[in-house]
Structures are given as structure tokens and as C-alpha cells.
Design a protein around this ligand. Structure first.
Ligand code: LLP
Length: 417
């Protein structure tokens, strides 16, 4: 059951009315439900009960310290893609030895820091990265735990911008070359082969491609075993989709049940890197109608959130649900385009939405907990939104609204002539 429900004619986050959050913290504002995050994480963790496993939350989906802290307290692992994300995990109380480091452009500095704090594993994405990691680990006199991110060449059947497991994508090591590169890894003295991993894309609403990728990874693991290379863990990445509109993705329990069947009897620890499926439906973006601009052709509602706050509709033509916080029946229902004040035609959060609106009304953009705030920018010199975590009937400001002064605090004028 969603933690965002209508009660007494008003949308609530857990037991807090969204209008009271808007009154206290202003808009636009991201609102997260602690209980929703916990339940989504536990759905993964509990579905893996009885098999050795680690659920590593993909920090890129939502890197707010409050969110990471909620997950760290449950014992979650974390999937990071930068030194910045590593520092966030540590600052949020996450354990370094539960961190896997993905991403195809790790710098020597990032590798060094990750080795010093003792992360669980590097997901290596190229032969060149392997050599670099060997060099950095040798300089520090340690062994780097590695897994190769393999590109299994399966079509995730999702939006091309978030599909990553095809041969033509930049990610991972071609599965045809994987054995040779594992052999090389095994020969390098400062690398310790721990696992194999893949991640084929995001917002998958059918798990068939994920299970196809799993089959291919198991074949690879058997080939490696024949060469005397023992892989201890298999990391299947993230990618499980969520419902934005009327998609019907498998639940984590259904997907993981099928994974468990395929790996039964194998001596493998299972790792996953879910992002969206843990936080997307645990958050909304709260925004206020600033002005109404009905025209002959279109009705525009200009809201105070914009593409800089939530870029998914502009970037991927993503459909996000948008609901009135307090639905009203005293004005006519019309078809509205919900647009922000940014000077771009692509600045919309929703088009053709049937809503009864008046100036000053509050709206909630649904499923905004993943790839929402983290992808926001300061375009048009707009300070970034506040973020609030709801815990039953209490609210915590987990990121205060940025100020205009902060926007150019690091900039300077030229010296006097
Ligand atoms: N692991 C790796 C290596 C990834 O690249 C990603 C996502 C994940 C895990 C988490 O995937 P998830 O469970 O969230 O699907 N900004 C886009 C999504 C980009 C996903 C990038 N990689 C969006 O808003 O739809």
C-alpha cells in the first residue's frame, strides 16, 4: 500500500498532510516517506532470505544523506559510481565493506580512496581500468577486490537512454572477451577476483531480459571455473521497473524467486543494485500553481517546479502522475499542461492532465523519489528544492532549500583593470 494516500480530502505522506509541509518548508519540495523506503528495501532483502546476499542501493537514484541513512540503518549495501557518492555513503553511516563501485571512468584518486576505506568490490568496466586498478593497488601495497562488469548483449527493451546491456552501449566488457580479461585479472598480483556482474538497463517492466542476462552470466561463470577462476559473487545490477502510470513490473519477490530458481545449488553470493524500485514511489515532488494561462489552443498551468527540479519528463518524455493535493470541485476540470517558468519549450512536468485548478493550489508529482532531486540543476539560476523526510506524523528537513547567494558563492568578478 502506498504511503501517499488521501485522507479528509487531502493527500498525505504517512500521517502528515502535504499542505502542512508546503506551509512549513515552502515549494517546490521533495517529500519522502521513511516507511516506504524501508518497506521497499525489505521487500528485496526478505525475498533473498536464506541465500547469501547483499542488496546494494544504487546511490545515484537518490543520494540524500537522510535517505542513505535510513537504508544504512537497515544494513543495506550501496552501489556507487563516483568518489562523491562514496563520501555521501560514509557520511550517512553506510559501511565501506558493503560498497560496490561501478562506473566506467574511475580515476586513480577515486580508486585510492575506495581502497583506503576498504570497499567490498570494484565493478571493473574495461581492460584499461583493470590495469589502472592494479597499479593503484600495488602503490598502496594492497589487493583490490574486483568483479568484471560484463555486457551480456541483451536488449532491456526500455528507453534507449537507459538501456545499457547491448553491444553498442558504452558499458561493461563484451561477454565474448570476458574470459580473456578475467585471465588477465587473475595474473595481476594486486587484484583479487571476487565476482562477476552486469546491469542491462533501467525501468524494466518485464524480467525476461534480466533472466536472460542471468543465464548468460551463469554460462560465463562455468567457463571461468573450467579455467580455475572461482567467482564468489554474482551481481545482477538494478533495473527493476516501477509503476508510474499503468506499467505492471514484477515485484522484487517475483523476480527474485525466479533468480533463486536459476542459481539453486550454486555456491554464489547474490548482489543486486536496485535504485528506482527502492525509492521512486517513496517520494513526491510538491509544487504550487503559480499562474494559470488558458489560451485558445492550450491551457497552461505555470507551476513553481520546473525541468531543473525534475528533468525526467523533458529528458526521457517520462510520464509522471500529477495529482491535486486537495482535489476541488468548485472550478471546472480542464486539460492542463503543467509547465515550469524555465525558458525552454521542453520545460514541462506533464501534458494534457485533467485537473480542476486554481492559482495557489498544491500539486504532487508522483514517483519522484528516484532520479528526481539528484538530477536537478540550477538552470535559470534557480536554487534547488528542499527535501523533507516524513516519519509517521513527524517531518525532518533532510536538505534545506538552496539560497540564491549560494548559487554564485564560488564565482568571482575579474580583477580591477
Ligand atoms: N547499477 C548500475 C551500474 C546502474 O547504472 C544503475 C542505473 C543502477 C544500478 C540502478 O538502476 P535502477 O534499479 O535504478 O534501474 N536517470 C534515469 C535512470 C538512469 C539509470 C542509470 N543506471 C531515469 O530517470 O529514468
Amino acid at each position: 500500500m502506498s504511503e501517499f494516500q488521501y485522507r479528509n480530502g487531502e493527500l498525505h505522506a504517512e500521517n502528515v498532510a502535504l499542505s502542512s509541509i508546503a506551509a512549513q518548508y515552502g515549494t517546490p519540495c521533495y517529500v519522502y516517506s521513511r516507511r516506504a523506503i524501508e518497506q521497499a528495501y525489505l521487500a528485496w532483502d526478505q525475498a533473498l532470505d536464506g541465500v547469501p546476499h547483499l542488496v546494494c542501493f544504487a546511490v545515484k537514484a537518490n543520494s540524500n544523506l537522510g535517505v542513505l541513512n535510513v537504508l544504512a540503518r537497515l544494513g543495506a549495501g550501496f552501489d556507487i559510481v563516483s568518489g562523491g557518492e562514496l563520501e555521501r555513503v560514509l557520511a550517512a553511516g553506510g559501511r565501506a565493506d558493503r560498497v560496490v563501485f561501478s562506473g566506467l571512468g574511475k580515476t586513480e584518486e577515486e580508486m585510492r580512496r575506495a581502497l583506503q576505506v576498504g570497499i567490498k568490490c570494484f565493478n571493473v568496466e574495461s581492460a584499461a581500468e583493470l590495469e589502472r586498478l592494479q597499479k593503484v593497488a600495488a602503490e598502496l601495497g594492497v589487493k583490490a577486490p574486483v568483479s568484471l562488469r560484463v555486457n551480456p548483449d541483451v536488449d532491456a527493451m526500455t528507453h534507449p537512454y537507459i538501456s545499457t546491456g547491448l553491444k553498442e552501449n558504452k558499458f561493461g566488457i563484451d561477454i565474448a572477451q570476458a574470459v580473456a580479461i578475467y585471465r588477465r585479472a587473475a595474473s595481476l598480483p594486486n587484484l583479487d577476483i571476487q565476482g562477476a556482474d552486469c546491469h542491462i538497463g533501467s525501468q524494466l517492466t518485464d524480467d525476461t531480459p534480466l533472466l536472460d542476462a542471468l543465464d548468460r552470466m551463469l554460462v560465463l561463470i562455468d567457463q571461468l571455473a573450467e579455467e580455475g577462476i572461482q567467482v564468489r559473487h554474482l551481481d545482477l545490477g538494478g533495473g527493476l521497473g516501477v509503476t508510474y502510470q499503468n506499467e505492471t513490473p514484477p515485484t522484487p519477490g517475483e523476480y527474485l524467486g525466479r533468480v533463486r530458481e536459476k542459481v539453486a545449488g550454486r555456491d554464489l553470493t547474490l548482489l543486486f543494485e536496485p535504485g528506482r524500485s527502492i525509492v521512486a514511489n517513496a517520494g513526491v515532488l510538491l509544487t504550487r500553481v503559480n499562474l494559470l494561462k488558458p489560451t485558445e489552443h492550450k491551457n497552461f498551468a505555470i507551476i513553481d517546479a520546473a525541468m531543473n527540479d525534475l528533468i525526467r519528463p523533458a529528458l526521457y518524455s517520462a510520464w509522471m502522475g500529477i495529482d491535486a493535493v486537495r482535489p476541488r470541485d468548485d472550478v471546472p476540470t480542464l486539460n492542463w499542461d503543467l509547465v515550469g517558468p524555465v525558458c525552454e519549450t521542453g520545460d514541462f512536468l506533464g501534458k494534457d492532465r485533467e485537473l480542476a485548478l486554481a492559482e495557489g493550489d498544491l500539486l504532487a508529482v508522483r514517483s519522484a523519489g528516484a532520479y528526481g532531486f539528484v538530477m536537478s540543476s540550477n538552470y535559470n539560476s534557480r536554487p534547488r528544492a528542499a527535501e523533507v523526510m516524513v516519519e509517521d506524523s513527524v517531518t525532518h528537513l533532510v536538505r534545506r532549500r538552496e539560497t540564491v547567494a549560494e548559487l554564485f558563492a564560488g564565482e568571482s568578478l575579474l580583477p580591477e583593470a
